[in-house]
Design a protein around this ligand. Structure first.
Ligand code: GLN
Length: 479
């Protein structure tokens, strides 16, 4: 059976004339049929669309960095005419009237869409267990969760059911599932990738990004989806160079100093096995000639409460639109109000309701000052802490997750699940770019580290990630 190690690998096969995009789609279709009954990575496969797209690729060989690449798209990102569920009952039957900008750009560049990937309901979760369409399983061991909320995106790629995927990251939802499944996951700078067509969870935090097998694959997708968009006023104006220009810039960067975040590394919540592996990575980098400096981010102590106040506040407002009149599911009532109440009562799952309640409370008169506004002040402090750290170092290195994958059903307390985001949410609150990548294994599980860079400096992430990937591939340092 075919198995591609990267997009470059697939492109080699195209160029050497071994394969056509249509044959590649047929291959993935077969894998999906064989494996997805167990893994549950896809909510809505779009194989007919994929075949049509593949058949229309008439160039004799790849003409873009993502040409002929079969993708899974997280099901909170719009693909025209395809059902858009957000993993929720409340959107059942709703079809997206247009493509998200990121999707349109990928299609334009010749990428092929295999289907819509499972996710925690409305991207709220860290385990892939809250979807109305059932939990996604981790292809590395199906008794375990694949992480979330981009659970299906990660599982599809890790299972070989897609070559790469799009996810969304509001508080870690690309990086954490990438960590649990041994993939590369990129959360771009806030505003780097258009949010047009991404269903809003917390609009000041949400970003779309890739989950891939390799660092180069992530760069290819990033190069295609990034850039200003008149349909999203928060996108950055700065033009994004092409993939090959980016590669050149990345190679030539003079990065010398890597900061390690003391507050994360010394956190009592960090699994000792992950800490050990982190220390090994740090030593490896030192041997490679990088200067390592310890930095303090004291405000990160408040990361979880700050994130869960801001994210739930924004969510409570964003999710007010699902009332049975406009989208998908409706439960009739005796009058308008009871129709709203029944639709929302039956349409949303438990975790989404919990978030709406929390957010509504945090914003309510008399409490907003004590909760929401205070959280905004702490957010400001976090920005300042990161800015101070980047005066002394070029890039930061941190563990991606505090713990390794756990069994499906094992973590029942929502607070315990919220802690999965301990090291990821600070990046979203500060709007920074971060890239998670595997760096060896413990007890059979991949361990992930994340690189964090200043605003707009994705190239630094890629520089370090290429370097580390090379070290671990050559086997000198990995197990
Ligand atoms: N796990 C976090 C949450 O549940 C992150 C979600 C996300 O990034 N979409 O809110």
């Amino acid at each position: 059976m075919l198995r591609f190690a990267s997009i470059a690998d697939l492109h080699r096969a195209y160029r050497e004339g071994h394969l056509t995009p249509l044959e590649v789609v047929e291959h993935y279709e077969q894998v999906i049929q064989e494996r997805d009954g167990l893994i549950n990575a896809f909510i809505t496969p779009t194989l007919e669309l994929a075949r049509e797209q593949a058949a229309a690729l008439s160039d004799p060989e790849p003409t873009s960095p993502v040409w002929g690449v079969p993708l899974a798209i997280k099901d909170n990102i719009a693909v025209e005419d395809v059902e858009l569920t957000c993993g929720s009952r409340i959107l059942l039957g709703y079809r997206a009237p247009y493509d998200a900008t990121a999707v349109a750009r990928l299609r334009q560049a010749g990428a092929v869409i295999l289907g819509k990937a499972n996710l925690d309901e409305f991207a709220m979760g860290s385990s892939g267990e809250t979807s109305h369409f059932g939990p996604t399983r981790n292809p590395l061991n199906p008794e375990f969760v694949p992480g979330g909320s981009s659970s299906g995106s990660a599982a599809a790629v890790a299972a070989g059911e897609a070559l790469a995927a799009l996810g969304s990251d509001t508080g870690g939802s690309i990086r954490q599932p990438a960590a649990f499944t041994g993939l590369v996951g990129l959360k771009p700078t806030y505003g780097r990738v258009s949010r047009f067509g991404l269903v809003a969870f917390a609009s000041s935090l949400d970003q779309i990004g890739p989950l891939t097998l390799t660092v180069d694959d992530a760069l290819r997708i990033y190069a295609v989806i990034a850039g200003a968009d008149p349909r999203d006023a928060t996108t950055l104006e700065e033009p994004v160079p092409t993939y090959s220009e980016l590669l050149k810039t990345i190679q030539g960067l003079p990065i010398r100093t890597v900061g390690v975040i003391r507050d994360f590394l010394e956190s009592p919540r960090l699994d000792a096995r992950i800490r050990e592996r982190m220390e090994e990575v740090i030593h490896t980098l030192e041997r490679e000639g990088f200067r390592i400096r310890t930095v303090e981010l004291p405000s990160q102590r408040y990361a979880i409460p700050t994130y869960y106040l801001i994210a739930t506040s924004e969510a409570s407002s964003n999710l007010a639109r699902y009332d049975g009149t406009r989208y998908g599911f409706r439960e009739e009532g005796d009058d308008l109000l009871s129709m709203y109440a029944r639709t929302r009562g039956r349409g949303f799952g438990q975790e989404v309701k919990r978030r709406i309640l929390l957010g509504t409370f945090a914003l309510s008169a008399g409490y907003a000052e004590a909760f929401y506004l205070r959280a905004l002040k702490v957010r400001r402090m976090m920005l300042e802490d990161f800015a101070r750290a980047f005066e002394a170092v070029d890039v930061l290195l941190a563990p991606t997750t505090p713990y390794l994958p756990f069994r499906i059903g094992e973590k029942k307390d929502p607070l315990e699940l919220y802690l999965a985001d301990l090291f990821t949410v600070g990046v979203n609150l500060a709007g920074l770019p971060a890239l998670a990548q595997p760096a060896g294994r413990v007890d059979g599980w991949p361990v992930s580290v994340q690189w964090i860079a200043p605003h707009g400096e994705e190239v630094r992430l890629f520089h370090m990630a290429f370097h580390l990937e090379r070290l671990y591939k050559e086997g000198t340092h990995g197990p």
